[in-house]
Ligand binder design. Structure first.
Ligand code: SAM
Length: 223
């Protein structure tokens, strides 16, 4: 099993959901589907999908995030979405009887394996995962990031055919060291703990002037 991805994952980032991810899902007959959202956090993907789906189940091991998701669902008067506290890298998805599985910035080999065991031929597994180039200027790819080759290999091994795979990349360019530091100020505390901050500062001092965000958007179908 892949190492547990939780420790390096931020909670909800507040960033917009990938339009490509949502568009790919909207190509499915969602009205007829029960969708499992693995690592739902406070439910932003589950809540965005619920009005389009027959039903949505969001699972996360963070009980406080699940409480928040439940509050949001009640406030939005959504009755076809429920939230469950659970470990999506340990528990099986079969009891939820999903017709599709999604995972948004909560992706690991263990999740793909469980999605595969729960889905039947033709059903969809769609996810957004960190790409290896995410914050490459810090000299260390996230342990939980995938490259294109690695993700294709994983999906083949777990019995999925890739229908869509793209890298969404946002490379910020700076005119000065100060601009580069300012752009990462919100990450400073976390990066100081894991040693990335000093590597990033060195990168800037050596003349580097970029900061890269990159994520994979994938839709795969059970073969
Ligand atoms: C970056 S957040 C993404 C949340 C949500 N998918 C979104 O995009 O807003 C990652 C979430 O995955 C959850 N998570 C990480 N590992 C997990 C595991 N093994 N089982 C259940 N939840 C997990 C964390 O608790 C966190 O809420």
């Amino acid at each position: 099993m892949a190492p547990s991805p939780a420790e390096s994952r931020p909670t909800d980032s507040g960033e917009e959901l990938s339009a490509a991810f949502l568009e790919r899902l909207k190509g499915e007959p969602l009205r007829e589907l029960t969708v499992l959202d693995a690592g739902t956090g406070s439910g932003r993907v589950a809540l965005a999908l619920a009005p389009l789906c027959r039903a949505v189940v969001g699972v996360d091991r963070d009980a406080r995030a699940i409480d928040e998701a439940r509050r949001k669902a009640a406030a939005a008067k959504l009755s076809n979405v429920r939230f469950v506290v659970g470990d999506v890298e340990v528990e099986e998805y079969v009891p939820f009887k999903p017709d599709a599985v999604v995972a948004y910035l909560c992706m690991s080999d263990a999740i793909a394996e469980r999605a595969s065991r729960a889905l039947r031929a033709g059903q969809v597994f769609a996810f957004v995962a960190l790409h290896n180039d995410q914050w490459k200027e810090t000299g260390r790819p996230s342990r939980f990031a995938y490259g294109e080759t690695g993700v294709r290999r994983l999906l083949k091994r777990t019995g999925f055919a890739v229908e869509h795979l793209e890298v969404e990349r946002d490379v910020k360019a700076f005119a000065s060291v100060e601009e580069g530091l300012a752009a990462a100020i919100g990450l400073q505390e976390r990066w100081k703990v894991d040693g990335r901050w000093f590597k990033y500062v060195k990168f800037l001092e050596d003349g580097g002037r970029t900061l890269t965000r990159a994520q994979l958007v994938v839709k795969a179908r059970k073969a």
